[in-house]
Design a protein around this ligand. Structure first.
Ligand SMILES: Nc1ncnc2c1ncn2[C@@H]1O[C@H](COP(=O)(O)OP(=O)(O)O)[C@@H](O)[C@H]1O
Ligand SMILES: N[C@@H](CCC(=O)OP(=O)(O)O)C(=O)O
Length: 371
């Protein structure tokens, strides 16, 4: 395979030694060699790397991870510089230029920033640079965090319309249960449909199944985001980065998630996954049917309850009566207005509010089903 766009995400568990928390230098060097080789073969490569907090802790001689946000942010600021220095030294030995990109969720929420980030990635990739991405931990605020770099890497892969997303971790693939706790857990080789993926997510939510607590939940969620954007996603072992090349050559290593037919165009994918919902609208059965089966817009008459404090144009979740999200969209009214008009016909909005707003609460062009 030539000229592929490839995003590789490496987790703290692969970058550091499990016993001591020290850097896993041989793994990092092997990763740098693999990525440089992929570049020289003509592929476009992005590295999403964790490790700022872990390496910052090591630098400051701390033995446990920080538990307050300001301390974590301070430690990430120490670790990020060191992390980049290690990468730059290793990549420079192989004459491979790199660039640091620190992103916060805010950069994805505003459509203009999102489009701008795309342009920057495109230029860097055309220049033959490997962008090295991490969350901008030092300025991230709780409500606007990616939460984890698995999600960040899936959003980056979607943004740049990547062909592949590799999630490198400390196990060789996904299993039916955490293999550390359940030795006879079944390996999962491939996930081909959205139904199979949904089944895995249900399993992940079930604490009894054993794998709700591990880092795999965020990886499966990342696979959903990326495969929905047409990106083939693979969970594989960080200690063997050259597995990436073997997988590109067709070997069946790791867990491979097939890309889904892209029902959502880029803008709808952005609404579904980049924005952070600011509230919930509960729909009656008629509205659920109109939105899900009829591809219709949501009207005020079909809303039974509202949660959250949001402004017009914010993203909101559209839920059934149990609070299960079935769609997401950009809302045309703020929460105060919606409390007044919910359950009423569109013709009554002028009388209730004293001004004529939009006819729809969420227009179908701004509405995406969350399958
Ligand atoms: N079903 C599962 N299959 C494989 N690994 C699992 C599963 N459930 C939990 N895990 C655990 O997830 C860990 C990897 O997640 P995490 O530590 O967050 O990695 P990273 O730092 O690479 O993001 C593994 O060490 C494994 O013990
Ligand atoms: N931005 C954080 C990474 C957070 C994260 O998702 O870590 P991991 O689960 O190891 O991929 C850091 O650099 O420490």
């Amino acid at each position: 395979m030539t000229n592929q766009k490839i995003v590789v995400k490496v987790g703290t568990s692969s970058l550091t030694q499990p016993a001591t928390g020290q850097l896993a230098l041989s793994t990092i060097a092997a990763l740098v060699e693999t990525l440089s080789r992929l570049r020289s073969e003509g592929h476009q490569v992005v590295l999403v790397t964790s490790g700022a907090v872990g390496i910052g802790c090591g630098r400051l001689g701390l033995t446990s991870r920080p538990n307050t946000l300001p301390l974590k942010q301070a430690i990430a600021a120490v670790g990020q510089g060191r992390l980049m220095r290690i990468y730059d030294d290793l990549f420079s030995n192989l004459n491979q230029p790199i660039a640091q990109i620190l992103l916060s969720r805010r950069d994805f929420v505003q459509r203009s920033c999102y489009v701008n980030a795309y342009a920057t990635f495109r230029e860097l990739l055309q220049l033959g640079v490997i962008p090295v991405v991490n969350e901008n931990d030092t300025v991230a605020v709780d409500e606007l965090k990616f939460g984890d770099n698995d999600t960040l890497s899936a959003l980056v892969a979607s943004l740049i319309e990547s062909d592949w997303l590799f999630l490198l971790t400390d196990v060789d693939r996904l299993y039916s249960a955490d293999p550390r706790k359940v030795p006879d857990a079944e390996p999962i080789i491939s996930v081909n449909s959205i139904e199979e993926l949904t089944e895995l997510e249900v399993q992940a939510d079930d604490s009894g199944s054993g794998w709700g607590t591990g880092g795999m939940v965020t990886k499966v969620a990342a696979a959903r985001i990326a495969t929905n954007a047409g990106v083939r996603t693979v969970i594989t072992e960080g200690r063997r980065p050259n597995n990436i090349e073997r997988i590109l050559q067709g070997e069946s290593l790791g867990t491979q998630f097939a890309p889904q037919a892209q029902t959502n165009k880029a803008r709808k994918h952005w609404i579904a996954y980049s924005l952070v919902p600011a509230g919930k609208l509960y729909l009656d059965n008629g509205a659920l049917k109109a939105v899900c089966d009829g591809g219709k817009s949501l009207l005020a008459a079909g809303i039974t309850a509202i949660e959250g404090d949001f402004r017009s144009s914010d993203a909101v979740e559209l839920c059934d009566s149990n609070g299960m999200e079935i769609a997401r969209g950009l809302v045309n009214y703020n929460s105060n207005e919606l409390h007044k008009i919910r359950g009423h016909k569109s013709e009554q909005i002028l009388t209730i509010l004293g001004y004529k707003g939009a006819e729809t609460v969420v227009h179908r062009d701004n509405l995406v089903l969350m399958n």
